[in-house]
Design a binder for this molecule. Structure first.
Ligand code: NAD
Length: 252
C-alpha cells in the first residue's frame, strides 16, 4: 500500500515509515522540515511542503497516489504551545483540516470512497484479523466496566440486538449461563470468544490492571512513563534565545 506520511521526517513519523517499509508498504514523506530532518527520510520518496498548503499537498497526492494517509505533521512542545497557542492551532488543527479537505477533494466520490473502504477493510483483516464491524466494536469497548456502554453501542451499531441487552448482560455476568447462538453473535460482532468478553466485563476501560486508584487517566500515563525506556528529562529552550527550562519527554 502507498502511504503518505505527513510529518514523516520527524521522530514518530520516520519510525512509522521504517515500520511501513518493513511491512512491505511504500511510504512517501510530506514534511516542511520545521523540526524534522531530511536524513531521517530513508524509506521512500520525500516531498517538501507545508501541511497548510493545499496546492503542494494536492500535487504530492497526485504524483504518488497514496491509498492511505497518516498525519504526524505537528508542533509538539507543550511549553511552547502555552505561549504560542494560535500557532499550534494553525498547524495542529488547521493543518489536519487542510489535509482532510485535500484528501476529500481528491477521493470524495462514491466510487473512490468504496474503493478506499475496501482497501482499508482488507488491510485491517490481513493485519489485525479484524473485520470493520469488529474494529467499530473496539472503539466503543461496550463489554468492559460491567457493559456500561452496551446500550449505546447496540442502539447505534446493532439495533436488531438492542432488545437483547439484558440477555447479553446476564450471559456476561453469569459464568454458568450458556447460550451458544448469542455467544456466536457476540463473537461475530466483537471478534472475541465469550470467555474473553467475560474477562473484559470485569475490567475497567481505562485501567488495564483493574486497580482501585482515584485518577484513572493519571495512572495510565504514569504507568506508561514508568515503563518507558526512552523517557528522559531534557534541558531545552522553548524559544530561540529564551531561558532554559526542563521538560520531560517520552519515546512513546
Ligand atoms: N514523541 C512522542 O513521545 C509523542 C507521543 C505521543 C504523541 N506524539 C505526537 O506525535 C506527533 C509527532 O510528534 P514527534 O515527536 O514525531 O514530533 P517531531 O517534531 O519530531 O515531528 C513533527 C514533524 O512534523 C513536521 N511539521 C511540523 N510542522 C509542519 C507543517 N506545518 N507542515 C509540514 N510538516 C510539519 C516537522 O518538520 C516534523 O518532521 C505530534 O502530534 C505529537 O504530539 C508524540
Amino acid at each position: 500500500m502507498r502511504v503518505l506520511v505527513a510529518g514523516g521526517a520527524g521522530y514518530i513519523g520516520s519510525h512509522t515509515c521504517k515500520a511501513l517499509a518493513e511491512a512491505g508498504h511504500v511510504p512517501v514523506v510530506y514534511d516542511n522540515l520545521h523540526t524534522g530532518h531530511r536524513w531521517a527520510v530513508k524509506w521512500g520518496a520525500f516531498e517538501q511542503g507545508d501541511i497548510n498548503d493545499p496546492a503542494a499537498l494536492g500535487a504530492a497526492m497526485k504524483r504518488h497516489k497514496p491509498e492511505a494517509v497518516i498525519n504526524f505533521a505537528a508542533l509538539a512542545y507543550v511549553g511552547e504551545s502555552t505561549r504560542e497557542p494560535t500557532l499550534y492551532y494553525r498547524v495542529n488543527v488547521g493543518g489536519m483540516l487542510t489535509l482532510v479537505e485535500t484528501m476529500r477533494a481528491r477521493y470524495d466520490s462514491p466510487e473512490a470512497a468504496s474503493r478506499m473502504r475496501d482497501t482499508a477493510a482488507r488491510y485491517a483483516l490481513e493485519t489485525f484479523g479484524l473485520t470493520e464491524e469488529q474494529l467499530v466494536c473496539m472503539a466503543y469497548s461496550p463489554f468492559a466496566e460491567k457493559a456500561s456502554g452496551l446500550g449505546e453501542f447496540l442502539g447505534r451499531e446493532h439495533p436488531a440486538l438492542a432488545g437483547r441487552a439484558a440477555d447479553i448482560r446476564a450471559l456476561l455476568a453469569d459464568h454458568a449461563l450458556d447460550d451458544p447462538p448469542l455467544a456466536a453473535e457476540l463473537l461475530r460482532i466483537s471478534g472475541l470468544e465469550l470467555s474473553r468478553l467475560r474477562v473484559l466485563h470485569g475490567r475497567s476501560v481505562r485501567r488495564p490492571d483493574g486497580g482501585a486508584g482515584t485518577d484513572a487517566g493519571t495512572e495510565v500515563i504514569g504507568a506508561v512513563l514508568a515503563g518507558d525506556p526512552h523517557k528522559a528529562v531534557i534541558r531545552t529552550r522553548l524559544a530561540p534565545g529564551g531561558p532554559h527550562t526542563l521538560e520531560q519527554i517520552s519515546g512513546r
